[in-house]
Design a protein around this ligand. Structure first.
Ligand code: NI
Length: 252
């Protein structure tokens, strides 16, 4: 589970493999969820996939500002690449530590370009049905995994509105941004080429963003201590405190 606080899940990483994700008060990015071979295969499948109008299934407010293409969740390409993405997340223990996922929505795919090239300011619905499980998912966290090389398109930044300065995000192919589901956000018009992305939501075991963030920072600090000093009685005690906090705050 958490990276610094060893648990049953996410084991098997080489010691020292942890690369701190770039940090922001509200946003985290994770590199290389998909490797070069997986990206090539994903693009090949998505190039011949049955893209449809992205407004199908959008909420009342979103439909007014949404102008992109989306894949049916159950087409072959969406299922194959979706499984690849979930597999990539499983190899990223820091992602698990940050999101503490309880339920993950079905990975969904969108494409921006040509005349269907933007998605204006909107907020995601609080509750969504994950079609592949039939479960309701509370959208505590949103994820966007970039699938196109940024050199292949202009525009298409994911803009997350914040009180002091908007965050403009355009990541290398295979990289993912994790951000709170509570934010107003948009995708800027793509003026050249196409922007392919995978997006999905996460219901976290820890509902409060503040508590989730404290747990993540705590876990990353334990990890640093263990890397610098090895396992000591003090780190073991800290790991214990981490798990006791998680026990207090998590709905598993
Ligand atoms: Ni959205």
């Amino acid at each position: 589970m958490p990276r610094g606080a060893p648990c049953c899940k996410m084991q098997g990483d080489a010691p020292g493999a942890f690369q701190p994700p770039t940090s922001h008060p509200m946003l985290l990015t994770f590199p290389d969820i998909l490797n070069a071979d997986e990206l090539r295969e994903a693009r090949r499948l998505l190039a011949v996939a049955p893209w449809a109008d992205g407004r199908i299934g959008a909420g009342e407010q979103a439909v007014q500002v949404k102008n992109n293409e989306q894949l049916p969740w159950d087409c072959e390409a969406a299922r194959s690449v979706g499984a690849m993405v979930l597999g990539g997340l499983d190899r990223m223990p820091t992602f698990f530590s940050a999101a503490l996922p309880r339920r993950v929505h079905t990975p969904t795919f969108n494409r921006y370009g040509g005349t269907t090239n933007h998605y204006g300011d909107h907020i995601d619905k609080a509750l969504r049905f994950a079609p592949h499980t039939g479960q309701r998912v509370r959208t505590d966290l949103s994820c966007t995994l970039f699938l196109s090389d940024p050199a292949d398109y202009d525009g298409g930044e994911l803009v997350i509105r914040e009180p002091h300065a908007d965050q403009r995000i355009k990541l290398p192919a295979g990289h993912l941004v994790l951000y709170p589901g509570t934010t107003v956000h948009r995708v800027e018009p793509v003026t050249r080429g196409h922007r392919l992305a995978c997006f999905f939501w996460i219901e976290s075991m820890v509902r409060s963003g503040e508590q989730r963030r404290l747990l993540y920072e705590f876990d990353m600090t334990i990890l640093k201590l263990r890397e610098q000093h090895g396992d000591t009685l003090a780190t073991t005690e800290l790991v214990g405190t981490y798990h006791n906090l998680l026990r207090m705050w998590a709905d598993a």
